[in-house]
Design a protein around this ligand. Sequence first.
Ligand code: DQA
Length: 139
Amino acid sequence: MKIHIINGPNLNLLGKREPETYGSISFEDYFRELQFNFEKVELSYFQSNVEGELVNELHKAIENNTSGIILNAGAYTHTSIAIGDAVAAIDIPVVEVHISNVMDREEFRHVSYISKHAAGVISGFGLKGYELAVESFMQ
Ligand code: DQA
């Protein structure tokens, strides 16, 4: 099973960025743990701060025969019709993940252009959310 993780803007700073909200581990370190814990799953990872690159990466998953996508679009979650449309356009299940509990934060974070097209949403469990998302594809 091929699962691709796509992280959006500012998530390259995980570990350094607002650690009280996003934790103190870098995504690279967490990703190594994830690969170790799910050795039978072919996990890959992409991060970009650029909206269009995230759209391109969602399209690319079609050619790569990806079984599932875990998407944390960061702040673009709350603004990007283009990313929402890309999720709707591809015939691959997408699980939307947020490290923080977006519903317990500012009101602008309560809106998602992705959720409607996602297979499910995981929010508020820290980095463990990615693990839960991988498991959701294994059901
Ligand atoms: C986030 C929540 C977003 O509101 C925020 O803009 C992020 C990270 C999360 O993982 O909790 O960049 O997606």
